[in-house]
Design a protein around this ligand. Sequence first.
Ligand SMILES: [Fe+2]
Ligand SMILES: [Fe+2]
Length: 231
Amino acid sequence: MALYAMGDFHLAFSTGKTMEVFGREWKDYVNRIEKNCRKCLRPEDTIVITGDHSWGKNLQECEPDLKFIEDLPGRKILLRGNHDMFWDAKKTEKLNQMFEGRLRFLQNNFEVYEDYALVGTKGYCYEGKDSIEHFYKIRDREIERLRNSFELARAAGYRKFLMFLHYPPTSIGEQESPFTQMAEEYGAEKVIYSHCHGQERYDDSFKGVVNGVEYFLVSSDYLKFRPQKLM
Ligand SMILES: [Fe+2]
Ligand SMILES: [Fe+2]
C-alpha cells in the first residue's frame, strides 16, 4: 500500500484546450499521465490529485476528464485548483455523494491514509493579478477552510497530518505564510502543492524540509508526469 500525489492534469477531452501548446515538455502529456499512473499505482494505493483537473467550465464539460481520473488505478482523492470551475466549494458534499465509491473531493473535510489524516484546500498566493485586499480576502477564506479540515480530523482523533494545497504555500519571496504557520501549528509532516508550471516557476516556493515540515512540488510537468510517492 502506498500514497502518491500529482497535480495539474489539465485534461481537455471535451474542451480540446490541450496543454501541448505550452511547449515540448507537455508533449503527449495525457498518455504519459495515464501510462505512468498505471505503472506505479496498484488497486490498494491512494493518489491525491492536487487540482486543475480539467479545463471544462461545468460538470458536463468535465465528465470525460473526471472519467479518465476515475479509471486510473487505486483510490483517487481530488483537491480544488483555480481552474476547477465545475467544483463549487460549498457543494463539495454533493460531489462526494454523486461520485461515491469512485472519487473523493477534499474540501472542508478530511481523508484517512493509515494513521494519517489527509487535510487540504486550494490555498492561495500572491501572483500580482489582484488587489492586495482581494488577495487577503481569498487567502483568509482558504485559511479558514484549511483550519476546518485540520479541526475535523483532530476531533476525530487524528494527530498525524499530511497537508495538501493547490497553490504554493508561500508567495514568491516569502519565508513564511499563514499556510506554513498552520502546517507547523498542527505538526503536519508534509505539505504537498502544485499549480507551478514551467522551469521558471518551479522554485516559487518551498521544496525540502523547512522548520521540520517537508515540502513537495507535485505539478505534473515538474514530475515529468510521474506520480510522486509520499509514503
Ligand atoms: Fe495548473
Ligand atoms: Fe493552478
